[in-house]
Design a protein around this ligand. Structure first.
Ligand code: ZN
Length: 271
């Protein structure tokens, strides 16, 4: 089995300080949390930025500042969001790929999300896939519903996404696939051969799904974008606490944790 890649998603676009006072918002706070998570064992950082009021943002200069602060201090793989958790125009969503991160999120279809709709039309995805290709960015194919695997395959067949692809299953979002063991197994069984995959359990399903992924040979994402509680009623005081718990579990399962360099090799980055 490959080593375990732990991704940390420190901030997201929607989590608020009302939900947890420990949420990092500024470039410096985000960088500090990423570096602490890297020290704890995270190999990939999925980055969102916020505006001065703490709202979700895709501001290019804030990305540049945040990524710069992280790269000064550690070699973690950078994965930039192209959604921001906000309703932004296509060109604003695609712009982060100009920064040439090693990974960028590629949300492979539209889906209900709480009261809203997360729109990812096929024309938008085609533009995003091309921008990733031009900038040497590997798409992290985020899958909220089973049909999205097929959407990604269509782009692979057009030559717009290289195979093997890397998938990130997002389970437990209100409006999309619930975070059940059966759903995870079905998604993994539906992947093209040779793909790598990771799982995000939103809310209380994060720990059961992470444990399954460790056992099944997948990878794991944790952090305050997805969940703020370590256990019922207990807020995590840092993103690193989530990473530390996955490292401990991986040790129990005798599955070694990947360094950033090992994660690059597993995901075929920079090749
Ligand atoms: Zn995100």
């Amino acid at each position: 089995m490959e080593k375990l890649i732990i991704t940390v998603a420190t901030t997201g676009g929607l989590t608020t300080r009302d939900k947890t006072p420990y949420l990092p918002l500024t470039p410096k706070e985000i960088a500090d949390e990423v570096v602490a998570s890297w020290k704890a064992g995270a190999a990939v950082a999925h980055i969102h930025v916020r505006d001065k009021q703490g709202r979700g943002s895709l501001d290019y200069d804030t990305y540049v500042e945040t990524v710069g602060l992280i790269k000064e201090r550690c070699d973690i793989v950078i994965n930039l969001t192209t959604s921001g958790g906000i309703d932004a125009p296509d060109d604003v969503r695609i712009r982060p790929t100009d920064l040439k991160p090693e990974l960028a999120s590629f949300d492979a279809g539209s889906v209900n999300m709480g009261p809203g709709v997360f729109v990812n039309s096929m024309p938008f995805l085609e533009k995003l896939a091309k921008a990733c290709q031009e900038n040497g960015v590997k798409p992290e194919v985020e899958v909220f519903e089973a049909g999205m695997i097929n959407n990604a395959l269509m782009f692979a067949q057009k030559g717009l996404i290289a195979q093997p692809m890397h998938f990130q299953f997002v389970l437990g979002v209100p409006g999309a696939m619930p975070g059940t063991p059966r759903n995870l197994v079905h998604l993994v069984d539906s992947l093209p051969p040779g793909s790598t995959w990771s799982v995000i359990g939103v809310g209380k399903c994060h720990l059961p799904l992470a444990t399954m992924a460790i056992h099944m040979g997948g990878h794991v994402r944790v952090g305050m974008e997805d969940n703020v509680y370590l256990k019922k009623g207990v807020l995590a005081k840092s993103n690193a606490e989530f990473v530390e718990r996955i490292v401990k579990l991986a040790e129990e399962f005798e599955r070694p944790v990947a360094t950033p360099a090992e994660a690059r090799a597993i995901l075929g980055l920079g090749s």
